[in-house]
Design a protein around this ligand. Sequence first.
Ligand code: TCH
Length: 325
Amino acid sequence: MCTAATYKTKDFYFGRTLDYEFSYGDEITITPRNYPFHFRHSDKAPDSHYAIIGMAHVAGDYPLYYDAINEKGLGMAGLNFVGNAVYAEPVSDKENVAQFEFIPWILSQCATLKEARQRLSTMNLTNTQFSENFPCAQLHWILADASGCLVIESMQDGLHIYENPVGVLTNNPPFPQQMFQLNNYQSLSPRQPENTFAPGLELQSYSRGMGALGLPGDLSSASRFAKVAFTKMNSRSGDSELESVSQFFHILGSVDQQRGCCEVAKGKYEITLYTSCCNTTKGIYYYTTYENHQINAVDMHRENLDTTVLIRYPVLAKQNICFQN
Ligand SMILES: C[C@H](CCC(=O)NCCS(=O)(=O)O)[C@H]1CC[C@H]2[C@@H]3[C@H](O)C[C@@H]4C[C@H](O)CC[C@]4(C)[C@H]3C[C@H](O)[C@]12C
């Protein structure tokens, strides 16, 4: 399972949890403006493009991004959509984009969500594999900037592009069903409940937090969708960088997966391998890992973004405890 969210204070934040039972070997990867992107179905590599920072598995010098932002403030993440994702065969009357290059294809060329909408309308998402070793990942995507948020789902009946008014995404079922299920929770509130149970029966609010009683807390993707939507949409924080980043990690912390609670095969557990929080305005990629709760960060603007070679930072996975005595 995975969960993604957006958050707006003074700046615009975008991030995700990556929940899985093993790591593909991830690095915080910056693609500078002159890295030559040879998109699979295109003859010409663009001379220059927007710089990108995000989490990727680098294979043969190619950044296979899981989630990333570009220098213009647009962010995008791929989340499992197993059993529903169906990609098309290449066609001649549209721009064909292989599913593994969808994130860099959008982020290298689009400055805004508005531009991305335009690009998406002429695109065909194809089932082209990166290589024999990497079959197509079955994903759907969240794409956002400060102006709004989209979900893109490629299914048996074609490519769907949805406006996402809550700015969160998890996994199955398809996005319209996730949104529909929020109807079930419309009476929840961060405030204490009013007793409307029945006339003449006196009931007490014996605990704080009872306004959200009934909000799901299990790890299924439908439950995480409701949980994180409630948390994010009621979230309040100061708008400084530290307050915003801290609050963002708390939002995604509401759907954190602890080892032992989600068994995917005998003795194998899905856990939150990492959580990311990108300041899309400043180009900073913050992250924590399952073992390391210290927030670490890579700032794209501290690098020379006009080069041609990928800039790669290892994930710092070892906890750094600050003893005070
Ligand atoms: C496993 C990851 C998704 C995690 C997730 O959503 N878990 C939920 C599990 S579930 O709902 O309960 O099934 C996905 C997200 C991005 C994916 C990677 C990216 O798409 C980039 C390449 C794409 C290649 O086709 C396959 C390898 C790969 C390197 C992918 C491996 C894997 O499928 C990743 C890492």
